[in-house]
Write a protein that binds this ligand. Structure first.
Ligand SMILES: [Ca+2]
Ligand SMILES: [Ca+2]
Ligand SMILES: [Ca+2]
Length: 470
């Protein structure tokens, strides 16, 4: 054997020694190269509560009644008219009359998300009047449907179904919510994620009316009970359930037969699971052109990632963080990246040490913009970073295959000057006579015609991206 081939053979045969790093992407996200600047306007103002800016977390379009809805994590859900001029409280999940008792202490707990059934405004259908909320609750008297594999009960996370009598009413007019699902939480952090119906699923298609539920690994750090890789645990998963069905263990919701572990004849794999190996998958979205599903999974201490989700996929946590072996809080392994053919690795990822993102970072989705109105955003996958408020883009048609290089910035055109969301929030805080926010706490919302809204927890202002003035 020629010497060179021998060397190559030895290299392939020997496992590479771990090369621990805190910074697997030494080339930063470019500050200006490839950056897009987009116009925006202030769309609506959501009221303060107890003197503090609303902790806006989710925004949802309800086309049947032509309203947008946005929540404050402490309980209220507001209805907003399509022109942004009317903002009215639709329901307060935390109102004593419902008995929910929202646990919103700290930064990560509270009403996480909500979703309207696609038939919300269609009388005579099973989804008529129905919407769903996912919240942390301090009421831990009822027995949970799912327990963690360790820890001490800090709060529960509950999935609730509400039924309005008149969906078009300004204020919710139905009774107390029905509890579908209750999870006991082992730690205060990493809780519920997003509830969403697939908006690309037409009536009559198999995915229509099924509720996707992202649910984090339970918290602490490093997934201490290895729940995300455990198919008998509800933690660290993307779930898909039928809220109108009854064949779950508690009889309060259905498990779609098409779910990857529903019909595998293995009682140790939960039928609710759609994808697994997730850490803190707060947000996901679908591409209206092709149905692609993209999910943002918040990393531990090194890598933030965006995944293309497929049924039954293993997204690696807590064995992998992004494309790299997870060694612990202090490092990932630079060697042997993406080295497991059974794991689905991110389409893009970025390092928490990136200079744009200091002092903290965590990824959030996002939307695929398939409209022509804002031409510089067409056919891009838009996502962002929660604390810094940085907005990023990659191609939605030529999907990247990992790494940080494909990522470029989206900046906001403030009277001709490109700004970040955090800079805009600080400026409005000054006008409001408030202390300047130190975090943007960016979340995205998507409206009619693919409008992209920017939420935050600092100034109560919902911003919308708009075409440039001519
Ligand atoms: Ca938790
Ligand atoms: Ca099973
Ligand atoms: Ca992953």
């Amino acid at each position: 054997m020629p010497f060179l081939l021998l060397v190559i053979a030895l290299l392939l045969a020997a496992p590479l020694a771990a090369q621990s790093t805190t910074d697997p992407f030494p080339t930063p996200i470019p500050a200006t190269e490839g950056a897009i600047t987009v116009s925006f306007r202030e769309f609506a103002v959501v009221p303060d509560m107890d003197g503090l800016a609303p902790r806006m977390m989710a925004m949802v379009n309800e086309p049947g009644t032509r309203r947008l809805f946005v929540n404050d994590m402490r309980g209220p859900i507001y209805g907003i008219s399509y022109d942004g001029k009317s903002v009215r409280q639709y329901v307060d999940v935390n109102a004593p009359t419902w008995g929910v008792v929202v646990q919103s202490g700290g930064r990560e707990r509270g009403v996480q998300s909500f979703a309207f059934h696609p038939q919300f405004n269609q009388a005579g259908t099973r989804g008529f009047g129905k919407f769903y909320t996912f919240t942390d609750t301090a009421n831990t008297k009822p027995a949970p449907d799912f327990k963690p594999l360790g820890g001490t009960r800090t709060q529960d996370t509950v999935l609730l179904e509400w039924t309005a009598k008149n969906p078009a009413a300004d204020t919710y007019d139905g009774g107390p919510p029905r509890e579908l699902l209750r999870m006991e939480q082992p730690f205060a952090n990493h809780n519920g994620g997003l509830l969403a119906f697939n908006p690309t699923a037409a009536a009559g298609s198999p995915d229509f009316g099924l509720l996707y539920v992202s649910f984090a690994d339970g918290g602490s750090g490093g997934d201490p009970f290895n729940q995300a890789q455990n198919l008998n645990s509800i933690f660290g998963k993307l779930l898909r359930i039928d809220p109108s069905g009854t064949n779950s263990a508690n009889g309060k919701y259905g498990i779609p037969a098409g779910n990857p572990f529903a019909s595998d004849k293995d009682p140790n794999t939960l039928g609710e699971i759609y994808a697994y190996g997730l850490r803190n998958p707060q947000r996901f979205t679908w591409d209206s052109k092709n149905g692609n599903m993209f999910l943002a999974d918040i990393g531990q201490n090194i890598v933030e990632e965006v995944d293309l989700i497929t049924s039954g996929g293993n997204y690696g946590w807590n064995v992998w963080e992004g494309s790299f072996k997870y060694l612990g809080r202090d490092g990932v392994d630079r060697a042997n990246s993406r080295g497991d053919s059974k794991v689905t690795f991110p389409i893009v990822e970025y390092g928490q040490l990136d200079p744009l993102l200091q002092p903290q970072s965590s990824v959030t989705m996002g939307a695929v913009y398939r409209q022509a109105a804002i031409k510089q955003l067409s056919d891009l996958l838009i996502f962002g970073d929660i604390p810094s408020g940085e907005i990023f883009h990659v191609s939605a048609d030529n999907l990247p295959k990992g790494g940080q290089e494909p990522i470029h910035r989206v900046l906001l055109n403030d009277g001709g000057t490109p700004k970040t969301l955090l800079e805009l929030i600080k400026a409005s805080n000054a006008k409001q006579g408030k202390q300047p926010a130190t975090r943007a706490d960016l979340r995205f919302g998507v409206g009619q015609d693919g409008q992209i809204f920017l939420l935050n927890k600092g100034d109560g202002i919902v911003r919308v991206l708009v075409p440039d003035a001519r």
